[in-house]
Write a protein that binds this ligand. Structure first.
Ligand SMILES: [Fe+2]
Length: 136
């Protein structure tokens, strides 16, 4: 199984959308990895990239005073801890492909669509209300 980027996942912020696309690419390497070594490497890559991406989203939230920052940050922390659990199950040899697929579908795709999208709407409204905007 692999996941395919679809333009319906676009949430309208170019930087975030590009980073989400990159997350799809890394997630696919993870889903398609067959050896433990490849699984381990792609999981680690996913964790590193996800953390960097979250950090950028978090800076953006603070910059615009996003009212749902606390909830969003909790979800980011949850996702990172789920990913650590997935990594632990690679090491113990108990990683089931189905669980991995569910993890990617729920924690990545659903997060983009239902949690990141409202952030982007808020940022746009904030920028349109007179602020010249930052780098994103
Ligand atoms: Fe997010």
């Amino acid at each position: 199984m692999s996941i395919e980027w679809n333009d319906k996942y676009r949430i309208g912020n170019e930087t975030i959308d590009e980073e989400h696309k990159e997350l799809f690419r890394i997630a696919n390497r993870f889903l398609e990895a067959t050896s433990i070594e490849a699984k381990r490497a792609s999981a680690q890559e996913l964790r590193t990239y996800t953390k960097e991406h979250f950090r950028r989203e978090e800076i953006l939230m603070h910059e615009v005073g996003y009212p749902l920052t606390a909830t969003h940050l909790t979800l980011h922390a949850d996702l990172i801890s789920k990913l650590s659990a997935v990594e632990a199950s690679i090491e113990s040899g108990e990683l089931h492909q189905r669980e991995l697929e569910e993890f990617i579908n729920f924690w990545f795709i659903k997060h983009m669509v239902s949690v990141d999208a409202p952030l982007v709407v808020y940022v746009k409204r904030y920028r349109n209300s007179g602020d010249t905007g930052g780098p994103m």
